[in-house]
Design a binder for this molecule. Structure first.
Ligand code: MG
Length: 127
């Protein structure tokens, strides 16, 4: 079955370039524009939680940031879906916060397609 990834970022440019890269590699991608939108998109996947293989989220976003989003996901039936962070934030304390919230990995922008696909493969397959 096709692996399904939820990708969340408030930048339309990043959303289209990352989604293009993931779809090109054979993944099915659902896009969301911020944490709030991400949770809403997940509502409609509730009946089939196992069909979501991975979530990739930005940190700085309006309405709901990435850390808050991760903490919320961990309270839902999607808590076992691995979450990767893709952000410009490289601050140690924030990375630590992300790890404590339950992120499986932290990747830095500008996004490198090979690096992203390697991390995605690693997380998706170790599930
Ligand atoms: Mg952002």
């Amino acid at each position: 079955m096709e692996k399904h990834i939820l990708f969340i970022d408030d930048s339309p440019t990043i959303r289209s370039s990352v989604s293009f890269c993931l779809r090109n590699a054979g993944y099915k991608v659902t896009e969301a524009i911020d944490g709030e939108d991400g949770l809403q998109k997940m509502e409609s996947m509730k009946e089939e939680t196992q069909s979501l293989s991975l979530i990739i989220t930005d940190i700085n976003m309006p309405r709901m940031d990435g850390i808050t989003f991760i903490l919320k996901v961990k309270e839902t039936e999607f808590k076992f879906v691995p979450i990767l962070v893709l952000t410009t934030e490289a601050e140690e304390s924030l990375i630590k916060k992300g790890r404590e919230a339950g992120a499986a990995g932290w990747l830095l922008k500008p996004f490198q397609p090979e690096q992203l696909l390697w991390a995605v493969k690693k997380v998706v397959w170790s599930k």
